[in-house]
Write a new protein. Structure first.
Length: 146
């Protein structure tokens, strides 16, 4: 009998799907409506799909704020010049840390590191960890300035 994925595994899959869709949008391959449809098609379980849509909508609605936060943190690196997958993973994880208060920031950071290791470069895990640690440290300041 096949074991059902845990809630954590389902949320990880949702984060992965959202990051890939943001990546496609960033490269000009998708608009927001098509992105939503893809999320709905890729994620069968209702709770996973709802989490992914919430994460996508939060990221999409706050992309300018998120990019400003990333620019402030990554002082010697232009956000637009980051590897596209890393940029979109950081956007998604920053949205989760800053705007979704019910998820522990350490969980978000660890999940993002694992996604980076699976889908990006050899050094992406450390890069993502360093930036998201800074986001988590200044989270209350970011929220205060919104």
């Amino acid at each position: 009998m096949k074991r059902q994925p845990t809630l954590g595994q389902r949320k990880n899959k949702a984060r992965e799907v959202v990051t890939k869709i943001l990546y496609e949008m960033d490269l000009g391959g998708l608009d927001a409506d098509e992105a939503r449809h893809r999320i709905e098609r890729k994620l069968r379980r209702r709770d996973t799909r709802q989490f992914a849509l919430k994460l996508f909508e939060t990221t999409f609605a706050n992309i300018e704020t998120i990019d400003a936060v990333l620019r402030e943190i990554v002082t010697n690196w232009d956000v637009e010049r980051m590897a596209a997958f890393d940029r979109n993973l950081l956007r998604m994880a920053t949205a989760e840390i800053v705007f979704l208060e019910d998820i522990p920031e350490r969980v978000t950071i660890n999940e993002a590191i694992e996604i980076a290791k699976r889908f990006s470069t050899e050094n992406s895990g450390r890069f993502v960890n360093g930036i998201l640690d800074k986001v988590a440290r200044i989270r209350s300041e970011i929220r205060h300035n919104l």
